[in-house]
Design a protein around this ligand. Structure first.
Ligand code: ST9
Ligand code: FAD
Length: 611
């Protein structure tokens, strides 16, 4: 038994019974991946994660990677090395790659369902194993040279990193100062210090390809200020033969891990300071030989934001299932209805407050899974369109709209629910390392921070995905919710709550949009918007999640009659999740709307010294 508890029944219910993924499997680009194969993939992945990949996660937390300042290198724990090898040997990472790069064409919805398992069992392993997926960005944006590099990255299973952040450039990536200087042979020399780089060094792969944002200098017309002046460079740890990929272990490139951070959580993931060109050139190639660094890097970021939201959801799901198991066994106190001092003691699942907590955990975990997989259905559409040589702009837009919600909402809800509910279910035992929750809480906190903090997700959602998009994607989503509400279904009370919530959220977005439209005359109203973008992110997350839960609950409700045993319990639980989430979360949106509407500039006018 390991810490990881998966919820395969819920995953397949969402995929096939709620989101109709049968319609994309076994056909078109997924011709070789029918439903039966898909279910086998999920079962195998679950088995591998539970039996092989999960245990080293706890071990790596207690004995994290070791940094040697003499050699400027990182040594991984043996257990992680072994799990990494087993995962790479399993070939499941190929699900994420297109066939032309040695992958197995798989719809994104199934990919994320499969990756939920590893992201719940051992998320750091997913990050260490992402080199081939990074290769896809190199391949798509690359010249013939870069495409060869991409193929080596896949064939030789190199590690890879995304390198944006600097000490003075975190959220504000455009403040980055790392420089790139063109050489006579067409390569570039990178100079600067980057920090907080995930998987910056490790000793599990023969090479690491760093994807680095740097500002070209000395070339006319490029390298200006801000994000637009950044270009993306491929900087390997070791130089290699471009034709064969053979690594020259005696030709170390001038990029080194110069520190590994000591962190609150996710300790087995090495977070490195990376120094480029200190005493030795750090040689790189300009990806695609075009200066479009931020656009190229955002292809990585979009995938990584989806990954972070999925990681958060997966951690809450396993956290809840651990809490549930504990609650069913822990005997403490008597039932409220039998207050006699000598009344029989009961398991804590008999106490109303524990039930409140368990239902909050259950409904939130299931809501987040639906949100992730629903978002992935738009990625399916994009993927199918691409395979047919066309674009599905509507699906691209809705996916873009949902990504900050997946990243921001999932991470906030998962980390807080794990901390305030899952850990609490264990009482004092939750605070101990004997149970996995304290690690989950520490490890899930990072999800609200990296890949853009929650504040950044809120701004991305409102300014870019709603205002800049001129309301197109939000219009598509709202229409789907409206159409659902004009129909009929068995969960009538939840539909009513949903209708009210949809109005609240629409009014919130409407109010902020009005403020933006009037900002020409009242420039400070932009502050009133800024005071509320995180609120809107969370409110829209609540609304979409509630809608998806009601959809799932109604499917379950219709199947309840005739079901028996475990399946009946499962379906009853789905109905209960929808009811609980709607009745406890949605009424809060009216209060959120009122707070948004009454936002003043007081917070902005308060002198800093008064804080
Ligand atoms: C990090 C890593 O934290 C943590 C975990 C690592 C795990 C790695 C392994 C797993 C991942 C595997 C991935 C494999 C790859 C898969 C690929 C699959 C094919 N969407 O608004 P502007 C662009 S890493 C798209 O003016 P500012 C756009 O080009 C560190 N593009 O902003 C835009 O131009 P335009 C993460 C977007 O004021 C341009 O940027 N750090 C989007 O210049 C400028 O936009 C962060 O995430 C978008 N949503 O810059 C930084 N937004 O408008 C967070 C912008 O003309 N900070 N662009 O189209 C931000 O996001 C800032 O808002 C900012 C601001 C940097 C964008
Ligand atoms: P800051 O940007 O200084 O933010 C501080 C606070 O101010 C935050 O609350 C933030 O929300 C708020 N804030 C900042 N600007 C604004 C604004 N304009 N509006 C509203 N609020 C704002 N980076 C990489 O490049 N590659 C990696 O692999 C990588 N991995 C990481 C792994 C770990 C464990 C950690 C901790 C970080 C990692 N990062 C990585 C960096 C990560 O992406 C940044 O930490 C993150 O983007 C935030 O930047 P910052 O830490 O400088 O915080």
């Amino acid at each position: 038994m390991t810490h990881f508890k998966s919820n395969l029944r819920d995953i397949t219910f969402d995929l096939f019974e709620v989101l109709d993924r049968d319609s994309v499997l076994g056909t078109g680009p997924a011709e070789d991946m029918d439903r039966e194969t898909a279910e086998a993939v999920l079962t195998e992945m679950e088995h591998l994660c539970a039996t092989r990949l999960a245990e080293p996660y706890a071990e790596g937390d207690r004995n994290p990677p070791i940094y040697d300042p003499q050699t400027r290198s990182v040594t991984m724990p043996e257990s992680t090395k072994s799990a990494f090898k087993q995962y790479m040997d399993s070939d499941w990472w190929r699900l994420e790659l297109p066939e032309e790069l040695g992958g197995q064409d798989t719809p994104p919805s199934l990919r994320w369902a499969a990756m939920e398992q590893i992201l719940g069992a051992n998320p750091a392993l997913y990050m260490y194993s992402a080199g081939p997926k990074f290769a896809q960005v190199v391949h798509v944006n690359g010249t013939e040279r870069d495409k060869k590099i991409a193929q080596h990255m896949v064939n030789r299973q190199w590690g890879a990193t995304m390198i944006l952040t600097e000490p003075d450039a975190g959220s504000d990536v455009g403040a980055g100062r790392t420089r790139a200087t063109l050489q006579a042979d067409g390569t570039w020399h990178i100079e600067g210090v980057k920090r907080f780089i995930t998987s910056g060094d490790q000793d599990m792969t023969e090479n690491i390809m760093h994807l680095v944002l740097a500002r070209p200098s000395g070339v006319e017309g490029v390298g200006g200020p801000g994000t637009k002046g950044l270009s993306l460079f491929l900087v390997p740890k070791y130089m290699f033969d471009l034709e064969t990929g053979e690594v020259f272990t005696d030709q170390r490139n001038g990029v080194y891990a110069t520190n590994v951070e000591k962190k609150m959580g996710l300790k087995v993931s090495a977070t490195c300071e990376m120094t480029f060109g200190d005493g030795q050139p750090a040689v790189g190639w300009l990806l695609g030989e075009v200066h479009e660094g931020i656009v190229q890097m955002f292809q990585v970021i979009e995938h990584a934001r989806m990954m972070v939201g999925t990681k958060a959801m997966a951690t809450l799901s396993t956290g809840y299932l651990n809490a549930l198991e504990y609650a069913k066994q822990r005997v403490q106190g008597a039932d409220m209805l039998t207050p006699a001092k000598d009344a029989p003691r009961v398991t804590i699942t008999h106490h109303p407050d524990v039930r409140r907590s368990l239902l909050t955990q259950k409904s939130t975990a299931e809501a987040l899974r639906l949100l992730v997989l629903f978002t992935a259905t738009f990625q399916d559409r994009v993927w199918i369109a691409e395979s047919e040589g066309r674009r599905d702009e509507e699906a691209e837009g809705v996916n873009d709209l949902l990504l900050p919600i997946v990243k921001g909402y999932c991470s906030e809800r998962a980390w807080t629910t794990l901390g305030t509910e899952s850990l609490q279910t264990f009482g004092g035992s939750g605070f101990l390392q004997e149970y996995p929750i304290e690690q989950y809480v520490r490890d899930a906190k990072i999800d609200t921070l990296y890949e853009g903090t929650t504040a950044i997700q809120g701004q991305d959602l409102f300014f870019r995905k709603i205002i800049k998009d001129q309301g197109r994607a939000i219009g598509v989503l709202s229409k789907q919710i409206e159409e659902f509400l004009t129909g009929a279904g068995p969960l009538t009370r939840e539909r009513e709550l949903l209708g009210r919530a949809a109005q609240d959220v629409a009014q919130m977005i409407g109010t902020l949009t009005q403020l933006m439209m009037g900002a020409g005359e009242q420039p400070k109203d932009v502050y009133r918007v800024g005071l509320n973008t995180s609120r809107v992110l969370m409110a829209l997350g609540d609304l979409v999640c509630a809608w998806l839960l009601v959809r799932a609950g109604e499917v379950a409700s219709q199947r309840l009659e005739g079901a028996s045993g475990d399946e009946r319990d499962f379906l009853a639980g789905k109905v209960a999740s929808a009811q609980w989430f709607c009745s406890t979360r949605l009424p809060q949106l009216t209060a959120e709307r009122k707070m948004l509407e009454s936002t003043t500039l007081d917070a902005m006018e308060l002198p800093e010294s008064a804080f």
